[in-house]
Ligand binder design. Structure first.
Ligand code: F6R
Length: 260
């Protein structure tokens, strides 16, 4: 298998986001109805802000179809921290997009298990994800595939680790309000995307990023599955790249510290 890994260390998280947003705009120029997988949380926010700037400058995203990676189970319908609401707030409304083009597993529509099963089929029926935006958990999770998740996992209902729940509690008024269950795309589901675009910033992510790119490929670090994918890009700020050793990586860092 030919592997393509483009790793760029940018001057800031905003610059990393703008770089990925620009590459997404190139994809959409070439394929206006591209299918883009979207992550929630803090990491992709600069990407969506970058896309907003590009839309203001004329980029047309109206035909794009968006698929979310995951959704909490256990929140009331319409809760502002449900990933449907978050993505509408940080992506769909600011960019003037049609909410009907955003697919998010809806655990209220049927049993969460049935919703999970149907979600993989929805992705396939839409033609498959062209580019999947990924954040990474401090414990190496992608989507909500926590350490120990098999690489052949599909979309399913699963539990968040106590570490992830604690990390996510910053979005809720208390830990007890923070959901412990979710529907997440599995690692096999994520790996079917044509391209995986990981974005990370901050020193809390440095160890996970290094383990994902340089460590052993196994279920202890779910993001190490990226090493098995033929087309991956990684956009980091300097803090998230602190433990990346170019010699160990075996690929040239394509754009070293960019000005902006
Ligand atoms: C979110 C998701 C998670 C996050 C990860 C990092 O949809 O699937 O894998 O990307 O937990 O979260 P942040 O970016 O908030 O540090």
């Amino acid at each position: 298998m030919t592997r393509s890994l483009q790793l760029a260390i940018h001057a800031s998280a905003d610059a990393a986001g703008m770089s990925l947003a620009t590459r997404i705009s190139h994809l959409v120029d070439h394929r206006p109805d591209a299918i883009i997988g979207v992550a929630t949380g803090s990491s992709p926010v600069p990407v969506y802000q970058g896309l907003k700037r590009l839309v203001s400058a004329g980029l047309d995203l109206s035909q794009v179809v968006w698929f979310a990676l995951d959704e909490y189970v256990g929140l009331p319908v319409g809760h502002r921290e449900s990933y449907r609401c978050v993505l509408e707030r940080i992506l769909i409304r600011p960019l003037g997009l049609d909410p009907a083009r955003l697919h998010v597993p809806d655990p209220h529509r049927a049993t969460p298990e049935d919703v999970a099963l149907a979600y993989d089929q929805e992705i396939v029926a839409a033609g498959g994800v062209d580019l999947q935006i990924l954040g990474i958990g401090a414990n190496g999770h992608i989507g909500f595939n926590e350490p120990g998740t098999p690489f052949d996992s599909h979309t399913r209902v699963t539990e968040l680790s106590s570490r992830t729940r604690l990390d996510n509690a910053r979005f809720f008024s208390s830990l007890s309000e923070t959901p412990g269950m979710c529907v997440t795309q599995g690692i096999a589901t994520i790996s079917k995307a044509g391209h995986l675009a990981l974005i990370a910033s901050g020193k809390a992510k440095a160890a996970a990023v290094a383990a994902a790119l340089l460590g052993d490929v196994n279920e202890d670090c779910p993001a190490s599955a990226l090493q098995l994918h033929p087309s991956v890009s990684v956009d980091l700020d300097p803090e998230a790249a602190l433990l990346i050793d170019e010699r160990k990586l075996g690929v040239a860092i394509s754009a070293s510290i960019n000005g902006h």
